[in-house]
Design a protein around this ligand. Structure first.
Ligand code: BGC
Length: 739
């Protein structure tokens, strides 16, 4: 069918040059659209490539032809997207191009560490580079839009999706959100190697009750505005084009039907101009939530609340037209939603060339480029965190006569790329730790035994593992979770290393009381390592490190690269401490610093309040000394700034990176303030013996918060300040904020 769209384009082309006045172009095409065609743009169905939830039953070709589909998820590849796009362009009345979306979360083909791991690099440039590469690879396979970044703050290690975020801290998460958006979207969306980003899951999904996925969230507005909303606002400030509403309810109102968060905050306060997509059938889920009485009601609530596109739900397509005709949904909402979706298509250049992402040569030459793999190796090493290194157990010498590598993940190429690994190949591409260490050692130096599985309780491999451990000069255990044990719908109530792996660790220590034992951990969440810290000498947390993870791990084990990652999430002593995070409140009965056992204080009787590993913790093979803290003034005026500085010296025997952290504590507020808050950080490189002065500038902007009236501002008074290697310190300095 010769469609009207091209007539419009020719017409508009005369009036506007490329990239001029998108809005007018969209308005002119909208003037030709019927109400049902406009609704069609708000509909997203899935291809059959992948599914992450129930398929509600779709005949994609039919819906596209009818003009009843504006976007598709999980449809990709040049061949696949070409076939679908041709139907949209050639066989519909208006020929409006489809938008193809996919979960490109921590890489597309070349897989980087899981996002929690990426955040532990504290390296914004690297994070931006990882999403840039992901966009290069994804766009070469026809994808226009990623459902990322997930910017949900989470202080909940039981929640499997903590692996997809940037940890527990709002300051760091804001910066990371911006880095991802910049990487995915680039500086010009009309370039075919850029894709739309999507800030998800709006909002407070990371606070799911008891860490159970999709669960209830009850939260005061102060906490919502001070902690959970800011990374979304940061994404808006970075120009993110789309948002995804979440599955959870918030204070009794499901977030996919929540006018307060979607219209009042996102549209009216933040002036967000992009479009909002629901999560997978999250509009339909308003019914089991008990917020909509049936599907028609759910469609009405979703659109009225401000969800512009219905992902997989079939509700907008079926019910919106009648709802508008009955006056239950305003036509203006449909027009707004359609306009925003068409604008995104325009920005991508799809109205100029709907096939611009469909290029066979790019598809064949873009994936797994050597430079992408080299970056993935560098980033995986920077994301790993050396949690413990007693008696300098690491690095290992490549001259060690025999090293035993034991554990279900030593030879793993499958779990190592983690959950939500897009189109990353789980076999044949990812390098296992075993392959990584083989670059450094001769085969006669390597002993290997699997020992056990991740979850099964078959101990028949223990004998061999113990036997090779006895023959070795050093032992490396590679253990942890399977990739499916974190991510969506993968909540755990037990935070121990799963299965019989802890038992094997114990047996290996018993058989080798004096030998160096290194534990390399793959996992998607903070674990309870309270037993293991006493059984092994060193613990290297590599998360799920991605395609080049095995090589990066070997680089770290043998000291080719010095570990530099630091935790962005607290590791508890046990699950009973959860939620536990560094920026908690003091309470009216804090534990005195020197007497943790005092009665009637806010503590436990069985474990200390402190976690096992604090936020910001991470060791290096070298040591750093912090000295000479200076404040440029004791007084900060509301229109001014002060500088805080410290000298950091590399006092050890290796060159290395250090992540220097600035913390502030607002001592008294009209609402209580956290005991400390990260307010700055800098990653520096120091050669052995080298010193650097690190300076942070502090202004009132850094001290603002939402008070009980939800006003954002500062309150004059005393503020404590410290520059430290982690969040584990006591304040010694302070300044005053004066009017
Ligand atoms: C997840 C989203 C994801 C979507 C599409 C949902 O189940 O919650 O994060 O983007 O599926 O795959």
């Amino acid at each position: 069918m010769r469609n009207l769209f091209f007539i419009i384009i020719i017409f508009c082309g005369g009036l506007f040059s490329f990239s001029q006045n998108y809005k007018a172009k969209v308005d002119s095409i909208m003037s030709l659209m019927t109400l049902q065609e406009k609704i069609g743009q708000t509909v997203m169905y899935g291809g059959s490539w992948d599914q992450t939830g129930p398929i509600v039953g779709a005949d994609n070709g039919k819906y596209i032809r009818e003009g009843n589909m504006g976007a598709m998820l999980n449809a990709m590849s040049v061949k696949g997207t070409l076939d679908l796009q041709k139907v949209a362009i050639e066989e519909t009345r208006l020929g409006i191009p489809l938008l193809f979306g996919y979960d490109v979360i921590h890489g597309h083909r070349t897989i980087f560490p899981i996002n929690l791991g990426l955040s532990a690099s504290w390296d914004l440039k690297m994070i931006e580079e990882s999403s840039r590469i992901a966009a290069e690879e994804a766009s070469a396979e026809g994808i226009h839009w990623t459902f990322a970044p997930m910017v949900d703050i989470s202080r909940e290690p039981r929640w499997g999706r903590i692996s997809e975020g940037a940890g527990e801290d709002v300051f760091l998460a804001n910066k990371i959100a911006k880095a991802y958006v910049k990487g995915f979207q680039g500086d010009d969306l009309s370039k075919p190697n850029t894709i739309l980003a999507c800030a998800k899951h709006y909002v407070a999904y990371g606070a799911a009750q008891a860490g159970r996925d999709y669960h209830t969230v009850n939260m005061g507005e102060g906490e919502l505005r001070n902690v959970y909303l800011p990374p979304f606002k940061a994404a808006v400030d970075a120009g993110v084009e789309t948002f995804m509403s979440a599955f959870n309810e918030l204070n009794g109102v499901p977030t996919s039907g929540n006018k307060f968060t979607l219209r009042d905050i996102l549209r009216d306060e933040w002036n967000f101009e992009g479009f909002v997509v629901s999560d997978y059938t999250s509009i339909n889920e308003l019914i089991p939530h008990g917020f909509a009485k049936d599907s028609i009601d759910a469609a009405r609530i979703g659109m009225n609340a401000g969800v512009d596109m219905d992902m997989m739900g079939h509700l907008y397509r079926k019910f919106l037209k009648n709802l508008v005709e009955e006056g239950k949904v305003s036509e203006a909402y449909i027009n707004d939603a359609c306009r925003r979706i068409l604008l995104a298509k325009y920005k991508l250049g799809l109205f100029d060339d709907p096939y611009r992402y469909i290029n066979e040569e790019r598809e064949n030459t873009t994936k797994y480029k050597p430079e992408f793999l080299a970056k993935a190796r560098e980033i995986a090493a920077a994301s790993s965190v050396l949690l413990q290194n007693n008696n300098e157990a690491l690095p290992l010498s490549t001259n060690t006569k025999k090293i035993a590598f034991i554990g279900p993940l030593v030879k793993d190429e499958y779990d190592i790329i983690g959950n939500w690994a897009a189109k990353g190949d789980r076999q044949g591409k990812a390098l296992s730790v075993f392959e990584g260490i083989s670059e450094y050692l001769n085969s006669d130096q390597i002993l290997y035994a699997k020992g056990c599985d991740i979850l099964k309780d078959d101990e028949s491999g223990f004998g061999e593992a113990i036997s090779i451990s006895k023959q070795a000069d050093a032992i490396v255990l590679v253990m942890g979770e399977g990739h499916h044990m974190s991510g969506e719908a993968a909540s755990r109530t037990n935070l121990k290393i799963p299965g019989i792996q802890p038992k094997l660790i114990k047996k290996i220590r018993e058989a080798n009381p004096n030998k160096k034992i290194i534990l390399v951990l793959m996992n998607g969440r903070p674990l309870n390592l309270s037993d293991e810290v006493n059984l092994v000498d060193a613990i290297l947390e590599i998360w799920f490190p991605g395609t080049m993870g095995g090589a990066a791990t070997a680089d770290l084990l043998f000291g080719e690269v010095n570990p530099s990652g630091k935790l962005t999430v607290t590791f508890p002593r046990n699950v009973g401490q959860v939620p536990i995070y560094y920026n908690m409140k003091n309470t009216g009965r804090p534990i005195p610093d020197n007497n943790p056992k005092e009665d009637y204080k806010s503590n436990y009787i069985d474990v200390p309040n402190s976690p096992l590993f604090v936020f910001g913790h991470g060791l290096s093979y070298t040591t750093f000394k912090y000295s000479d803290f200076k404040l440029s003034s004791q007084n900060l005026y509301t229109n001014g700034t002060i500088q805080a500085s410290v000298t950091v010296t590399n006092t050890g025997n290796y060159d290395g990176h250090e992540i220097v952290q600035l913390y502030i504590h607002d001592k008294v507020g009209s609402v209580t303030r956290p005991v400390k808050e990260l307010k700055g950080f800098e990653k520096i490189f120091l050669k052995q013996g080298e010193s650097k002065i690190v300076t942070f500038e502090i202004s009132v902007e850094d001290l603002k918060f939402y008070n009980s009236e939800m006003k954002f501002g500062v309150e004059p008074g005393e503020f404590e300040i410290a520059i430290a290697p982690s969040s584990d310190f006591r304040f010694k300095h302070s300044f005053n904020l004066l009017d």
